[in-house]
Design a protein around this ligand. Structure first.
Ligand code: UDP
Length: 488
């Protein structure tokens, strides 16, 4: 017997862009610190990030992307349903999670055959079956949850104390017991943890495996929210490895640009357009990978932006809408805003855009990846949460860190809702928020100043601060557990 030369981490993301992107960043971060990584994926998901895979190979980064065929037919899913954005019905999401759990056997077999045996599995909260795989292989399983510590703590307390058990109205606010300060939460604006009918077993498995996990890995950094990181760690009674902002470990723009999907815009054209704008004046608008904006809302956003008279770069998701986006926007909008506006239909190289000096603000749906990217770029933000934990993230950004300005969304605007149920934010609300965020009033300047300070802290955390020492400690901890391998 001999000890493996370097620790071998097996990463198993949940297949939705907001979950896979941070795990790709994690793979690079681990590799940069001397670990080897197997990144588990599927053919459809791998094809989306082909250029990232090719680039890692070109640069001899020790990450192997391992595509497993998902048994879609066996669970009654159409072929190729391998990513959450391919399945719209809840019933199909359930089937997809079943299909992933069927990768248990093939994954164990594959990992047993590796010349460098696996030392640790880091898997998404939503891939709880990987806990059994880790136990079968006798290695630790760390759980990755792409929330910030503020929202992780809220989620934990909400489930632990069954806070909403006796609350009939989803919009009723209740005080969250055990939180470090006064905080009111409502069921409709909290992460659901798959608690809808049909998901009982899956949800229970998630919670069980969360309890059994050997630790939690998150994409935040201690200096950003020490109160909540410490409180969360105390509550769950296990190590929380804060190692973010993970994407900052990459300096190669070709890795950062296409790590979610191939951009729908010519990146050079996009950067040249930004180059032509004045520093700090462009507002970037994007609602992440999942949200789809109803036409009536697109119109209000367009007219709000137009009235604000500010330069903007607006990303509109359109993959389920073959129509040219201009046909959905108010007549003449494109001509009237041509000199100061760029609309991207589809996928934008967001992390690159945010770090361009011309960008001075971010209108965001408050997905945590977007928020941490915005924080890393030193940007003040207009917050427009849609669903899940995004309303909690908004509280951290607006009330605690004070770098955000709420546009004033009152209800969830999730894409599974019927269009008539969606609360449309009016153009004058949007105009007011844009003018206030991008303006020169004292509040705006202070927000900008605080955002710049957070940018410095983020960079420092990953280069030499808490996240740097945490990733090193994590690798040492896993190495010291000594994975053993047979010498042939
Ligand atoms: N993203 C991107 N281009 C797009 C839309 C999203 O690069 O056009 C990336 C974004 O940079 C972030 C992730 O996709 O890393 C979205 O994750 P987030 O948590 O913000 O939101 P979700 O998509 O999960 O709602």
């Amino acid at each position: 017997l001999q000890y493996a030369p370097k620790p071998h981490f097996v990463l198993v993301p949940f297949m939705a862009q907001g979950h896979t992107i941070p795990m790709i960043d994690m793979a690079h971060l681990l590799a940069k610190h001397g670990a080897m990584v197997s990144f588990i994926t599927t053919p459809v998901n791998a094809s989306r990030i082909q250029s990232t895979i090719d680039r890692a190979r070109e640069l001899s980064i020790p990450i192997q992307f391992v595509p497993f065929q998902l048994p879609c037919a066996e669970v009654g899913l159409p072929d190729g349903c391998e990513n959450v954005d391919k399945v719209l019905e809840k019933d199909q999401v359930k089937k997809m999670t079943d299909a992933y759990s069927m990768l248990h056997k093939p994954l164990v077999l594959y990992l047993r055959e590796q010349s460098i045996p696996p030392s640790c599995i880091i898997s998404d909260l939503c891939q709880p079956w990987t806990g059994d795989v880790a136990r079968e292989l006798g290695i630790p399983r760390l759980m990755f949850n792409g929330f910030c510590a503020f929202s992780l703590l809220c989620r934990y307390l909400i489930h632990q104390d069954k806070v909403f058990e006796d609350v009939a109205d989803g919009n009723e606010f209740v005080v969250l017991p055990g939180f470090p300060h006064h905080l009111e939460v409502s069921k409709a604006r909290s992460p659901g943890n798959f608690n809808s009918p049909g998901f009982e077993k899956f949800s229970k498995k998630i919670l069980d495996e969360e309890r059994r996990a050997d630790g939690v890995v998150t994409n935040t950094f201690h200096e950003l929210e020490p109160l909540y990181v410490d409180a969360y760690q105390r509550r769950i009674g296990k190590r929380v490895w804060t190692i973010g902002p993970m994407f900052l470990c990459n300096t190669d723009t070709s890795i950062i640009a296409d790590r979610g999907a191939k951009a729908s815009v010519n990146e050079k054209h996009c950067m040249e357009w930004l180059d032509s704008m004045q520093d700090g004046l462009v507002l970037y608008i994007s609602f992440g990978s999942m949200a789809r904006t109803v036409v009536s809302q697109l119109e209000e956003i367009a007219l709000g932006l137009e009235a604000s008279k500010r330069p903007f770069l607006w990303v509109i998701k359109s993959d389920d809408r073959p129509t040219e986006i201009n046909n959905l926007l108010p007549e003449g909008f494109e001509e009237r805003t041509r000199s100061r506006g760029l609309v991207i239909q589809g996928w934008a190289p967001q992390a690159m855009i945010l770090s361009h000096p011309s960008v001075g603000g971010f209108l965001t749906h408050c997905g945590w990846n977007s928020m941490i990217e915005g924080i890393s770029a030193g940007l003040p933000m207009i917050t427009w949460p849609h669903c899940a934990e995004q309303f909690l993230n908004e509280k951290l950004i607006v009330n605690v860190l004070k770098v955000g300005l709420a546009v004033g969304v009152q209800n969830i605007t999730h894409r599974t809702m019927k269009p008539h149920e969606i609360h449309v934010v009016k153009r004058d609300q949007i105009e007011r928020a844009v003018v206030e965020l991008m303006g020169e009033e004292t509040g705006a300047k202070e927000r900008r100043m605080r955002a710049k300070e957070l940018k410095e802290k983020a960079r420092k955390a990953i280069d030499e601060g808490s996240s740097y020492s945490n990733i090193r400690q994590l690798i040492e901890y896993i190495s010291s557990r000594g994975t053993q391998t047979d010498v042939q």
